[in-house]
Design a protein around this ligand. Structure first.
Ligand code: NI
Length: 172
C-alpha cells in the first residue's frame, strides 16, 4: 500500500465530471487500498478518486464512528432537512467553513465487486456522502458557499499556505 499525493485546488482533475466505474477488478481494489491509506494518513474522513488524480466516480470514507467503506457511481436521493456545519476538504487544505448540507440522504451505488449499495445516512455520514459525491462530479464545497464564504475560505487558504512556507523555511 502507498500514500498517494493529494491534488489541490487549481488542478483541473478536481473540476471534471469523472467517468463511471465499469471495471471492478484487482487494479481497482489496489487503488482503493492506497486511497484508504492516503485518507488515514492525511487524516480525513473521506477521499474521492479525482483527489488522487483518477477521474473515475468512486470514493472511500470512514466517519470514525464505525462506518467505513467504498462507493462507486454514487447517486443521492431523498435529501431531507438542512444542517449547517463546518466543512473542509483535503484538496483545500487548512480552512473549515460553515456549509449547508442535507441532514439525511439516501445513497445508491456499487461496491468493490460491482454489487448494489443502497444505504440511508444522517449527520456527519450524510455530509461525507454529499461532499464525496460532489467530488465525483467536479464540484467542491466552496461552490456551495455564497461569495463572502468563498472569499473567506480563499483567505484562510492563503494564510495556511503562507504558514507552511514559513515553517518550511525554518527547516532549511
Ligand atoms: Ni473534499
Amino acid at each position: 500500500m502507498a500514500v498517494l499525493p493529494i491534488r489541490t485546488l487549481g488542478d483541473p482533475v478536481l473540476r471534471e465530471r469523472a467517468r463511471d466505474v465499469e471495471r471492478f477488478d484487482r487494479s481497482l481494489a489496489r487503488i482503493v487500498d492506497d486511497m484508504f491509506e492516503t485518507m488515514y494518513a492525511a487524516p480525513g474522513v473521506g477521499l474521492a478518486a479525482p483527489q488522487v488524480g483518477i477521474s473515475l466516480r468512486f470514493f472511500v470514507y470512514d466517519d470514525g464512528e464505525g462506518n467505513r467503506g467504498f462507493v462507486a457511481n454514487p447517486e443521492l436521493s431523498e435529501l431531507k432537512r438542512e444542517e449547517v456545519r463546518d466543512e473542509g476538504c483535503l484538496s483545500i487544505p487548512g480552512p473549515f467553513y460553515p456549509t449547508t448540507r442535507a441532514l439525511r440522504v439516501r445513497l445508491r451505488g456499487q461496491g468493490l465487486r460491482g454489487e448494489p449499495i443502497d444505504v440511508r445516512a444522517e449527520g456527519l455520514l450524510a455530509r461525507i456522502f454529499q461532499h464525496e459525491t460532489d467530488h465525483t462530479l467536479g464540484v467542491l464545497y466552496i461552490d456551495r458557499l455564497d461569495d463572502e464564504g468563498r472569499r473567506q475560505v480563499m483567505r484562510m487558504l492563503r494564510e495556511h499556505e503562507l504558514r507552511r512556507v514559513q515553517e518550511g523555511s525554518r527547516n532549511l
